[in-house]
Design a protein around this ligand. Structure first.
Ligand SMILES: [Zn+2]
Length: 234
């Protein structure tokens, strides 16, 4: 029912452990229609360097039988939504996630940072909001996302009790409910740092049920809708 996953890391992220080829092979075997590799941008310790992203165009569109989109998970660096790669590189990416990470931005109230990141026309997805270390005004963030056609990610790894963002279940449920209220689509992301986690949204499912979230507001059920949004093709 969920046909793609666009939050996937490869060895280029420094603390992830599968190659792009291993990721692609697994995703294809699992029956996904496409994936995006969205490695960490340079400000994340161990993250890929500028040239990694600049050179991604050398990869074939299809690897191990599946379409592999090129992407990045940018770090939001401040309240103004500044990110850590220049425009001439970001604009080459098919999928652009922007996220708050402890090593790249001080902890604390982060509504403004996310609103400004959403206003960046190159950003497609706000990555894993609901981190209890970065409280936000949910209504404001969803409103900004809707106005700018930016998707809100509901991240499976955030719900893992071993994850550094753990403890955000209630907030994440509220984010899902607010997206439903404002009729704005969410995107599910595995945030896989090893290939066997690709397409795993099992921790999110109970929250979707509890929020009674309609399928048509979960963009992973509609590959064409997502591809139109990012202006990409299979
Ligand atoms: Zn992240």
């Amino acid at each position: 029912m969920y046909k793609f996953d666009v939050h996937i890391h490869s060895v280029a992220s420094g603390h992830a452990y599968s190659t792009i080829t291993e990721n692609a092979r697994y995703a294809h075997e699992k029956g996904l229609e496409f994936i995006a590799i969205t490695d960490h941008a340079p400000k994340m310790p161990g993250g890929a360097c500028r040239l990694h992203f600049f050179n991604l165009h050398i990869l074939p569109e299809y690897i191990e039988g599946i379409r592999v989109l090129k992407g990045v998970e940018l770090n939001i660096l401040d309240k103004n939504g500044t990110v850590d790669l220049p425009e001439y590189i970001v604009e080459k990416m098919d999928v652009v996630i922007a996220s708050l990470h402890k090593v790249c931005i001080p902890l604390g109230e982060s509504t403004e940072a996310l609103v400004h990141a959403a206003e960046n026309p190159m950003v497609n997805i706000l990555g894993h909001p609901g981190d209890p270390r970065y409280p936000i005004d949910i209504k404001e963030v969803v409103k900004a996302a809707k106005e700018t056609n930016t998707l809100i990610e509901i991240n499976n790894s955030s719900l893992d009790p071993d994850n550094s963002r753990q403890g955000g279940e209630k907030t994440i449920l509220e984010i899902i409910k607010e997206c439903k209220r404002q009729n704005h689509s969410i995107i599910l992301g595995s945030d896989a740092h090893y290939h066997t986690y690709i397409g795993d949204f099992s921790r999110i499912e109970p929250l979707l049920k509890e929020a009674n979230m309609p399928d048509d507001l979960i963009i992973n059920t509609d590959p064409q809708k997502f591809l139109r949004l990012i202006n990409a093709h299979l």
